[in-house]
Design a protein around this ligand. Structure first.
Ligand SMILES: Nc1nc2c(ncn2[C@@H]2O[C@H](COP(=O)(O)OP(=O)(O)O)[C@@H](O)[C@H]2O)c(=O)[nH]1
Ligand SMILES: [Mg+2]
Length: 463
């Protein structure tokens, strides 16, 4: 039993009870047999005293047609914390126990209502911070990842069957035709595995927001830009350079994507002691970024980019943001942001074609919508989409897929090797079996109680 709605005052609060005794329990509670999936308005009386605790709407779900797959009873009471407390105390006095976080979903998984990736998607649906994250979570809940894995699994099983057919005959090697067939199948499965693995970064971007680090010289207006983008005065803005030493992180929405914006200490070429520590941390953050916003002050000469920035710049995307556009003419802004000028201040020619630049004023807000649109476009660029499908695996999936990839590559090595005599089918079969097992783990096909307990412990109570 658990409260399935947030604690506090609300119109209604929902208590959820799951287990095989629900039917008899509700009869003894309310004196009637609740017909399944029908809302019944009933008085809930305290055991012993018989006083009325609340008038509730009771709904009974008969196994297996319920969220957990067991009999389930849901009580909607008035959303007053005192009522909720009394009802929960009463239910405990009548023999219920409090559910652990995620226990309902865990039971749904154990009862075969959901595979493990769908159970995880339940939490992703609840926690999604952007339209796109929600769409991805809903597709995963619908079983999209499971369907992709099922296709890879069935191909792998075919390959394994073909190889195993020769294991029992020690004198026989895999004939060339079979070897070629198995090899092309394993090649296909490996390509599919790699495609799924490649979605992990987008998965992180969906779950946490695209990590966007604001970089620039002191006083360029980095903190002002953060405040403007998140929509309130989150960071201290000051004319005195070097005010931001800690990292301020804040999420905001750029269209359908969530952005994790990180303000940093200005890259002062001659920093003091504390400032230097801040700058080192800035580089650290920048290395982990998906996107860098390089803020330059259009009203001052553009400072030369430092060597470290070029090194960082190879992996993430960069947007050059010319700030304080309100202080200069559009012509001056366009000039300062031209590739030629940026190259003069140190932008390497190989990066130039990949760098977009735009002028904004953090103070007036001019140009900020275009900047938000540009950030959204970068986030979109991380999406690996097949038609309308969004697949974005999480770290646990990626870990298992990585294991599958290694095993598949090992199998391919045996299948390709020109060694004479050819590698025995046992070795190939064992690698294929390992790959199958790793993939099965994603959907929870193999028992791993500790992993399951850990996973469900991250869920909400009542879910
Ligand atoms: N005119 C003008 N001033 C700005 C703009 N953005 C920031 N400033 C000013 O520039 C100074 C430094 O801003 P701040 O955001 O603290 O810069 P940071 O050191 O890069 O974080 C402050 O006095 C801001 O008011 C802008 O778009 N236009
Ligand atoms: Mg600042």
């Amino acid at each position: 039993m658990a409260l399935a709605t947030p604690a506090g005052t609300s119109a209604i609060a929902v208590l959820r009870i799951s287990g095989p005794l629900c039917a008899g329990f509700s009869r003894s509670l309310y004196g009637i047999s609740l017909s399944p999936r029908r809302a019944h308005v009933v008085r809930h009386r305290e055991t012993g005293s018989n006083r009325i605790l609340d008038t509730v709407v009771a709904t009974y779900y008969e196994s297996p047609a319920s969220y957990t797959g067991e009999d389930v009873l849901e009580l909607s009471c008035h959303g007053n914390p005192f009522i909720v407390r009394r009802l929960m105390d009463d239910l405990c006095a009548r023999g219920c126990r409090l559910a652990r976080p995620g226990e309902f979903t865990q039971r749904a998984f154990l009862g075969g209502k959901l595979d493990l990736s769908q159970a995880e998607a339940v939490m992703d649906v609840i926690r999604a911070r952007s339209e796109r994250a929600l769409a991805a979570a809903q597709q995963q809940l619908d079983g999209i990842l499971g369907r992709h894995l099922a296709r890879l699994n069935s191909e792998l099983l075919d390959a394994l069957a073909r190889v195993e057919a020769y294991i029992d005959f020690p004198d026989e090697d895999l004939p060339v035709e079979d070897r070629d067939l198995v090899r092309s199948t394993v090649d296909r499965v490996l390509a599919g595995t790699r495609r799924l693995l490649a979605t992990q970064r987008y998965g992180e971007i969906l779950r946490q927001g695209i990590r966007t680090v604001i970089l620039g010289a002191p006083n360029a207006g980095k903190s002002s830009l953060l405040n403007r983008l998140v929509g309130y005065e989150r960071a201290i803005v000051s004319a005195e350079p070097g005010t931001t030493r800690d990292f301020i992180e804040e999420n905001f929405l750029a269209g359908a994507h969530s952005v994790r914006l990180i303000d940093t200490a200005g890259l002062n070429p001659a920093p003091g002691e504390i400032e230097r520590m801040g700058i080192e941390k800035t580089y650290e953050r920048a290395r982990a970024a998906d996107l860098l916003l390089w803020v330059v002050d259009l009203s001052a000469p553009t400072p030369a980019l430092t060597r470290e920035i070029f090194d960082l710049a190879h992996s993430p995307a960069i947007l050059v943001v010319g700030n304080k556009a309100d202080l200069v003419s559009p012509e001056h802004a366009a000039m300062a942001l031209s590739i030629g000028e940026l190259e003069k201040s140190g932008l390497p020619a190989i990066l130039a074609p990949h760098v977009a630049s735009l002028a904004v004023s953090a103070q007036t807000g001019d140009g900020v919508p275009a900047l938000i649109a540009a950030i959204e476009k970068v986030a979109e660029g991380f999406q690996h989409q097949t038609g309308d499908e969004i697949i974005a695996v999480n770290a646990r999936h990626a870990h298992a897929l990585e294991r599958a990839r290694v095993s598949l590559e090992a199998a391919l090595h045996f299948l390709r090797s020109e060694a004479q005599p050819p590698s025995p089918p046992e070795l190939i079969a064992s690698d294929l079996r390992e790959a199958l097992e790793a993939m099965g783990e994603i959907q929870g096909k193999f028992d791993n109680e500790r992993m399951l307990d850990r996973l469900f412990a991250t869920f909400c109570i009542g879910k």
